[in-house]
Design a protein around this ligand. Structure first.
Ligand SMILES: C[S@@+](CC[C@H](N)C(=O)[O-])C[C@H]1O[C@@H](n2cnc3c(N)ncnc32)[C@H](O)[C@@H]1O
Length: 342
């Protein structure tokens, strides 16, 4: 699997740049657990807002926080592990630049499919790049931080920052799922929700569009939002301003997810890790929903029509129904979770 952290280490291993260490750690935005021991935990100060990756970094001994708000010039070097969100990548490079002191290196590493070439092109219009190493269908690029910050960098930071972008009232942030519009799959699920009551959980709640709709469908006592992406959840806290809503920065597969508690679990499960389709991630959501429901509870989900979820749902639940089908999506309901030993 492509590893941006190994790629980020290449210019240090080759002696092109002075290696980071405990005296002068490098900030890494969107850091991931390295697949080989290319950095020691003391070499890095990591930012990672996705809970499973955050926890894996912490487990490996790295110093990690969901959001690194470092002052100007705080680090001798800073780097970005690219994601597939172009606006987020540009903003993170600009943030890494601001965190680095003049003369220090600012790096970015990613796969071609993460748009590393397009970032390189955008950067060349604004600053001089000092080096690039192509490798593993991707590349690492770097620049030396100058005393001035180009005005484009502040524009890139502003373009990606949390702001009201959807339906004149929802705050979203670059990199969050469907950050420029309410997802059509979630809209279809909302249209098919019956009147809700009791305790509801939205599993993978993003910036809160579906949870907001659920609060207005029937009279739920409580809607709990579980979401792994800290930046999206921060938006949800502002978007779903209802005393019945509670917010949990959580991995759906994590041990902190409550068991046997909910009358309803609603979800638009994720099925991508990076750019790759991951049915296992979607299945993990189905399994979590089955554990979370009270015996008489119901799971309602929307999925891309082609995703083969029915078989696993039938193993996990006593009754599975298709409630809606469109050219792109299906809405499924599943009742009577089968109890299994923990
Ligand atoms: C398809 S989106 C749905 C978002 C939101 N419910 C909506 O309708 O806009 C799936 C969400 O699951 C989140 N997610 C991905 N992996 C997760 C995990 N392991 N645990 C919890 N949430 C996760 C993603 O960050 C994303 O916000």
């Amino acid at each position: 699997m492509f590893d941006p952290m190994t790629l980020l280490a290449a210019p240090f291993a080759r002696g092109d740049l002075p290696a980071p260490g405990p005296e002068a750690p490098m900030a890494v935005l969107r850091a991931r657990p390295p697949s080989a021991p290319v950095f020691a935990p003391g070499d890095l100060k990591c930012e990672q807002g996705m809970r499973p990756l955050h926890d894996a970094l912490a487990q490996a001994g790295f110093d990690v926080t969901p959001r690194l708000d470092a002052p100007e010039g705080a680090f001798a070097a800073a780097a970005v592990a690219l994601t597939r969100a172009k606006a987020e990548n540009r903003a993170n490079f600009a943030r890494a630049w601001r965190m680095t002191r003049p003369g220090g290196a600012v790096l970015a590493a990613g796969a071609k499919t993460d748009g590393v070439e397009s970032l390189q092109k955008d950067l060349r219009r604004v600053i001089a790049l000092d080096g690039a190493i192509p490798r593993d269908h991707g590349r690492v690029i770097w620049a030396r931080r100058t005393a001035d910050t180009p005005p484009e960098f502040d524009r890139w930071i502003a373009e990606a920052a949390p702001a009201i972008r959807v339906e004149g009232r929802f705050r979203t942030v670059a990199g969050a799922f469907s950050w420029t519009e309410a997802d059509p799959g979630s809209q279809l699920l909302a249209q098919n929700l019956p009147p809700l009551s009791g305790k509801v959980a939205d599993l993978g709640a993003g910036w809160g569009w579906l949870a907001d709709a659920a609060l207005r469908r029937g009279a739920p006592e409580a809607v709990d939002l579980f979401e792994a992406d800290a930046a999206a959840l921060d938006c949800a806290r502002r978007n779903v301003a209802d005393p019945r809503a509670r917010f949990f920065w959580a991995d759906a597969a994590g041990p902190e997810i409550p068991r046997g508690e909910y009358d309803w679990v609603i979800s638009n499960p994720p099925f991508h890790e990076g750019r790759a389709v991951s049915i296992a991630l979607g299945h993990g959501f189905l399994e979590a929903a089955a554990r979370m429901l009270a015996p008489g509870g119901t799971f309602m989900l929307v999925a891309n029509r082609s995703l083969p979820y029915e078989r696993r749902l039938n193993e996990l639940f006593g009754q599975v129904e298709q409630l809606a089908l469109t050219p792109r999506y299906k809405v499924l309901s599943a009742r009577r979770p089968r109890r299994r030993r923990a």
